[in-house]
Design a protein around this ligand. Structure first.
Ligand SMILES: Nc1ncnc2c1ncn2[C@@H]1O[C@H](COP(=O)(O)OP(=O)(O)OP(=O)(O)O)[C@@H](O)[C@H]1O
Length: 304
């Protein structure tokens, strides 16, 4: 087996007490991502996907558990700075994540400066021009401000900012959900092209399983901070086993009229968050995390 680029082991993240008390955003999540792989992370709003992604790139320090990158622990204060450049993030909202008062060339150039990736001003400019072209923007537009761009173009700027430091792993945190439906596919296709041409590895976060299915090699399904099912993309799509994954899929319209006719909308009643879960290995690379009662019912769940 190829050595993992990223290993997340028993990672939990609790936000300290606020008005709503402690929030257990991520609970005991383990996963690995191989070089060049796209790993889709799917789940409802508030299930902990962004928090996990932020722990992976070092924007949060996990409460417990480990993130290893190329075998080095990067989640504790000692290893925090290691492989920082190699792990980048693209954010959900290209309106909020780009400073409207900065020129695009400065937004993209910031990481180049911080990481001292260009020795001369011309070298810096060339690097900025190259990544702007790579994301389909006119390098001449580097002189414009982020607020002058449309949502899709802003997200391209966000992608260029990530690419400028020559990363290996990019956490794409719902990169299209704030965009017009008409341009979502363009951004997904751009990310797929960049993965191929630059040998990138993605942790791709989304709430829509039907979208990540096409670009992911494997998919992890998150519910209430837990990774409840993990498997190859096509297996999760066509033969989901966890009742939560089934309920997610039963909400997705299928193009086949025959399937549609027999489709039933399944609901998932979540057991108490603290209840003990068990890992059940179904076949190599495919497992679910279930409570005792769910484990007993795994065999007789209706098709999604
Ligand atoms: N900085 C924070 N302080 C306190 N609680 C937080 C913070 N960030 C997230 N949370 C809480 O942690 C939980 C998980 O949030 P998170 O953003 O990781 O979920 P998500 O699956 O990415 O959702 P979304 O798709 O809406 O972004 C939620 O209950 C959220 O309210």
């Amino acid at each position: 087996m190829t050595e993992a680029l990223l290993e997340v082991e028993n990672l939990s993240h609790v936000f300290s007490p606020g008005r709503r008390g402690e929030v257990h955003a991520v609970r005991d999540v383990s996963l690995t991502i191989a070089p060049g792989e796209t790993f889709g992370l799917v789940g409802a709003s508030g299930s902990g996907k962004s928090t996990l992604g932020r722990c992976v790139v070092g924007l949060h320090t996990p409460t417990s558990g480990t993130v290893r990158y190329r075998g080095t622990t990067v989640s504790d204060p000692r290893g925090r700075r290691a492989y920082r450049r190699e792990r980048q993030m693209i954010f959900q909202d290209p309106y909020a994540s780009l400073d409207p008062r900065m020129k695009v060339s400065d937004i993209v150039g910031e990481g180049i400066d911080v990481n001292r990736l260009a020795r001369t001003r011309q070298g810096r400019r060339d690097r900025i021009d190259e990544v702007l072209s790579a994301v389909g923007l006119d390098p001449a537009h580097g002189n414009r401000y982020a607020h002058e761009f449309s949502g899709g173009q802003r997200q391209r700027v966000g992608i260029a900012r990530a690419l400028a430091v020559d990363p290996e792993l990019i956490v794409c945190d719902e990169p299209i959900s704030a965009l017009d439906v008409s341009i979502q596919a363009q951004v997904v296709n751009l990310l797929a092209d960049l993965r191929r041409t630059r040998g990138l590895t993605y942790l791709f976060i989304a709430h829509d399983l039907s979208m990540v299915r096409h670009i992911s090699d494997r998919i992890g399904v998150v519910h209430q901070g837990r990774l409840v099912e993990l498997g190859p993309s096509e297996t999760i799509w066509s033969r989901p086993v966890h009742p939560y994954t089934r309920s997610l899929l039963s909400a997705v319209p299928r193009p086949d009229p025959e399937v549609e006719r027999h489709r039933r909308r399944l609901s998932y009643v979540a057991p108490p968050a603290e209840e003990q879960r068990y890992r059940v290995d179904l076949e190599p690379g495919h497992h679910v995390l279930v409570t005792d009662a769910e484990r007993d019912r795994l065999g007789d769940a209706p098709p999604a």
